[in-house]
Every structure is written in C-alpha cells, then in structure tokens.
Design a protein around this ligand. Structure first.
Ligand code: NDP
Ligand code: 2IT
Length: 453
C-alpha cells in the first residue's frame, strides 16, 4: 500500500470511530497531512500500525461531577481525562474548565499534546482532561467544592508516575491548589509531582506561570531572526488576556515590541501607546474582571470595542507585524488571516492550541508569513511543567533565572528541530511540517521499540 493510501485509510477509520468530533478530526488531519514522506521513507511504521495506534487514545475516562452551590442547590458537570499516549513518559497535559468542553475538545487537545510533548525532548507522554464546569462568576468556595468533587474521581487515574495534570483554560493556581489539597487528603501522600502549575511556596516551579507566554515569544523571536528581524519597534497583536496572553505581552514588551491590542470573550482593547502589562494583569489575573475595565482605567488613546475581531487592528495606521493568537481554538479564520496579511504581518506564533483554522494557516503560508503551530510555539508551558516534575522528584527548588534559562534553551531546541526537519523533508520554512514530523518520529520510534501495546 502506498503511504498516501495508508494515511487515507487511517483517516477514514478515525472518522468512523469518532463521529461528529470535528475539532478532533481537524487536529488529526493536520498531522496526517504532514506524514506522507515519512511513511514512504519508513515503511516499518505502517507495518507496525503506528499511525492507526497513535490516533486511538490508550484510555478515555468520563465521569459525573456533582457539587453543591452556595445556595445549597445540587449542580452537575461532566469530567474527562483522555490518557492518550504513554510511550515517552507518564501522560502529561492540562485540565480545561470551560462550558464548551466536550469529549471532542479533550481528544483534540490530547492528540496535539502527544507531539508537543515529544518535541520538547523531555520524558513526557500526552494526555488532557477537563470539564464543562464554568468557573466564571463562581465564588471561591464553589470552585473549591467543584475541584474536590472532580478530584475525588480523578485521583484513581493519576499519579506522579502515571498521569500528571496541570492547568489550561479556566484552571490556574487557585484550581490546582484545591485539586492538590483533595488529592493529598484522599491519598494521605504529599505526592508533589502528581500535578504541575502549583504555587512555588508549596512545590511549584518559579517561571511556570510565565512559561507558555514567554516561550511563544522566544519562539517567534527565533523565527524573526531567520529573516534578520526582531521584535524591536514592531506592532504586535495578542488575542486573549489569560495566562498565556498576559505573559506573552510582558515578554514582547521586554524585547522592545509594542503590543497594541488584547481581548477576552467580551471584546478587545486597542491601545496604540502599548498595552500597560501591570494594569492588564491586575484587572484580569488579580481581580478576574472584564477587559472593558482596562480602557476605562487606562484612559488616553485606549479604547474598548465590543464588536469585530481583535485581528481588525491590522487595519489601523501602522498595521501589525506579529500576531500571537493566545485565546482558544479556531479563533483566527481565513478572513482574519487576510486582514492580517493586508496589514503587513510577518510572523504568527500560536500561543493557544489550534487557534488558526486550516484556511488561515494556508493563507499565511501562501503569503510567505512565518507561521509557528501551537504544538511547537506553546510547548514552553508543558516543558516547564516537566522541569517542575524534575524539581519535585529531586526535592529541589531552582531559581527563576535558572528555570527561565532552561525554558529558553528548550524553545530554541524546539524551533531548530522544526526548522531542520522541514529542510530535511524538502519544505524549508514550513514549521507545520517540521513540528509534525519531528514530534511524530520521536513517538513512532518509541512505539516500535516498545512493541504492539
Ligand atoms: P485562561 O483561562 O487563562 O485564558 C483564556 C483566555 O482566552 C481568556 O482571555 C478568555 O476570555 C479567552 N477565551 C477562552 N475561551 C474563549 C472563547 N471560546 N472565545 C473567546 N475567548 C475565549 O487560559 P490560558 O491562557 O491558560 O489558555 C489559552 C490558550 O493557550 C488555550 O488554547 C490553551 O489550551 C493554550 N495553552 C495553555 C497553556 C498553559 O500553560 N496555560 C500551555 C499551552 C497552551 P474570557 O476570560 O472572557 O473567557
Ligand atoms: O496545552 C498545554 O500544553 C497546557 N495546557 C500545559 C500542560 C502542562 O501539563 O503543563
């Protein structure tokens, strides 16, 4: 069978086995589309059924999460953990709490996570979990009761050597604290390495909070260097204003760039004088308020816009040189990509997972825009989680600078591996191809070595 036919056959099976899961199909298709040359060069992968096996999660767990709200009413949510691949290490990946979460969402994220984690070069497998619980508008006590109920079930499936969850949308330091507390209570073990994203005061790693955003900007900077450019003086647009977006904004500022816009699900702010990082962080991370508050307090030339897309700022005088989508999947469409290209964009790095639609990615690539897929550009978060696991295992704590330097080295390694692999496979500058092939081959070789399991 030719490699192309083998891939078609695997994709048909994925569609048949997972009906209606469009985001999962999208993530799988993007990877399979990169693999034809690899399978032609390595028929042993097809003979061992590697691609078909990699598309099927090792284990999928779905559970009921009942909890009691502040009015004494019983509430019900659904919990998920998809343990996707453990050939390179314990399952590793975040938990997402958002009302839009379905099994489809968790499977697409878990699938991406396998290759992302492989790209870091660290010993971590791939997994993802979450719930359709919405932390927005809930009291701390409600979030705590939900997390305790969620962990009461999840704890049977996780462990420092088995599966190590962390944060994602809607799950930050507060949630990780409540989850860890309940795990500790139920197991009577202070097993620090069972969760990452913990606060540094009780087992967390310095620089983990900043890692995903910083890492995405380090990756983008390395891409810009390949065309002899840098962030210095460039106008940048970031979507979102959560964990990833905030620290991407800080890092761009530190590298001399001007972030002129950021968003949340209620709209976006345009601030031609540059987003005030400390103010935005205070409003979004500390007060958990809406981004409209930012313009109200910042004043000057900043404005809040409740309609349109954050990408529309590419139409403002001066255009946009770099775009960093850091909110959620499929938030940047082909229409938005056309707006950015017309506004002069040179580089796009995905801080979020799969934020650009396939049409948008195609348009960027055809226009010669440097494009970094999420599984490469946002790998700094999970990489620093693996550094947190190392610190926990050795009962050590590293300084911020030591950890941040290791993060930088890892991002440069990921960037260079993607670039080198793309060149090797005859597609110089194609970071999508490079990331998919470099991630896939590391996992595939381990699968061959471990036998049919
Ligand atoms: P947060 O919950 O901290 O922030 C999410 C941000 O995105 C918020 O500004 C939120 O707005 C916005 N957002 C979320 N969902 C939607 C939606 N459906 N429509 C519009 N806006 C939305 O999450 P993170 O910053 O941690 O995650 C952002 C992205 O980065 C996700 O794709 C995640 O998978 C990815 N990622 C995260 C990593 C991490 O370490 N945290 C690591 C690697 C990738 P609002 O507040 O209004 O909901
Ligand atoms: O998408 C991701 O890589 C994350 N949400 C971080 C996962 C982790 O285990 O730190």
């Amino acid at each position: 069978m030719t490699a192309a036919r083998a891939l078609d056959s695997v994709f048909s099976t994925v569609l048949r086995r997972n009906p209606g899961e469009s985001e999962f199909h999208q993530a799988v298709k993007e990877v399979l589309d990169s693999l034809e040359l690899v399978l032609t060069k390595h028929p042993e992968y097809t003979e061992a059924g590697v691609v078909e096996r990699i598309c099927e999660p090792e284990r999928q767990i779905i559970f009921r999460v009942p909890w009691v709200d502040d009015h004494g009413h019983v509430q019900l949510n659904r919990g998920f953990r998809v343990q996707y691949s453990s050939v390179l290490g314990p399952y590793k990946g975040g938990l997402r709490f958002h009302p839009s979460v379905r099994l489809d969402t968790i499977k697409f994220l878990g699938f991406e996570q396998i290759f992302k984690n492989a790209l870091t070069g660290l010993p971590i497998g791939g997994g993802k979990g979450g719930s359709d619980f919405d932390p927005k508008g809930k009291s701390d006590a409600e979030v705590m009761r939900f997390c305790q109920s969620f962990m009461t079930e999840l704890r049977m499936h996780i462990g420092a050597e088995t599966d190590v969850p962390a944060g994602d949308i809607g799950v930050g330091g507060r949630e990780i604290g409540y989850l860890f507390g309940q795990y500790k209570r139920l197991t009577n073990r202070y097993e620090s390495g069972v969760l990452t994203g913990k606060a540094p005061a009780w087992g967390g790693s310095l620089a983990r909070t900043e890692a995903t955003g910083y890492g995405a900007v380090i990756f983008a900077q390395r891409m810009l260097q390949t065309i002899a450019e840098s962030f210095d003086g460039k106008r940048v647009v970031v979507s979102g204003s959560g964990n990833v977006a905030l620290y991407a904004i800080e890092k761009v500022r530190d590298l001399g760039g001007l972030v002129v816009a950021a968003s949340d699900s209620g709209g976006y702010v345009y601030d031609p004088d540059g987003i005030d990082f400390a103010l935005l962080r205070q409003i979004k991370e500390v007060e958990r308020a809406r981004i409209s508050e930012y313009a109200a307090r910042r004043g000057g030339r900043s404005e809040f816009r409740a309609t349109g897309q954050v990408w529309d700022v590419a139409r403002e005088p001066g255009g946009i040189a770099v775009a960093l989508p850091c909110a959620t999947q499929n938030e940047l469409t082909d229409v938005d990509a056309a707006t950015l290209v017309a506004g002069g964009v040179r580089a796009v790095a995905e801080g979020a997972n799969m934020p650009c639609t396939p049409g948008a990615v195609r348009l960027f690539q055809e226009a010669g825009v440097l494009f970094a897929p999420g599984k490469a550009a946002n790998a700094g978060g999970v990489a620093t989680s693996a550094l947190e696991m190392q610190q926990n295992a050795s009962r050590d704590t590293w300084t911020f600078d030591h950890t941040a330097n290791r993060l930088e080295d890892i991002m440069i390694h990921v960037h260079d591996a993607c670039r080198r692999t793309a060149e090797e496979y005859g597609a110089p500058g194609n970071y999508v191809l490079g990331a998919n092939i470099a991630g896939f081959t590391r996992v595939a070789d381990a699968m061959l070595a471990l036998g049919v399991i």
